[in-house]
Write a protein that binds this ligand. Sequence first.
Ligand code: AP5
Length: 190
Amino acid sequence: MQGRKVIITGVPGVGKTTVVNEALKKLKSEGVEYQSINFGSFMFEVAKKENVVQDRDQMRTLDRAVQKQLQQHAAQAIAKVTGNVLIDTHASVKTPKGYLAGLPEWVLHEIMPDIIVLVETDDDQILMRRLTDETRARDKEGSRSIAEHQQFNRSIAAAYAMMTGCTIKIVINADFLLERSSSELADVLR
Ligand code: AP5
């Protein structure tokens, strides 16, 4: 039987990986299995081999053509994974030259998702999470700019739904409410 393909997105620091891990824990206890795949990790493996970056946060500053090539490699590799798959990625990537579509036509046609989830929360909360996360080289930007990025992601997600017929689900991951956001994601995945 063909599995379900769910894409999860959200601006950096919104906590999508945290929500995914919690939701998958809940589902595992019920016997529902998903393979969790990080799109950025697939891109980073190739970028590292080609010696074009040292860490994953440098990828969004690469030349657009190189980012697109890495995207395509990742999409082709991920398309081969069978069963229920949850793909952690970005609806759009903020690059020095503007927003880059995270799921352009050549990526969507490889993956053909059933559902795209947008994880969101208040811009100020994202700003604080980025400032306190010392494990990553997060972009330094204000809450107005984060708001613009979240808005852009909703707009581009509508285009993805038009291209694939997938549904779009918005999950709010507010401070202290991880239980609620992870339960909501688990419901989407059941
Ligand atoms: P990736 O690694 O996916 O980037 P990222 O968005 O920075 O990923 P994270 O998983 O670190 O962010 P998150 O928001 O999920 O954070 P976390 O759960 O840790 O991708 C790397 C790069 O790959 C991209 O920059 C791009 O270059 C490239 N890439 C990827 N996909 C691409 C594509 N399709 N096309 C082109 N390029 C692509 O949470 C953050 C913090 O919040 C933590 O400290 C956590 O404790 C806290 N937190 C989470 N939830 C809560 C809560 N409810 N309350 C309080 N704190 C919370």
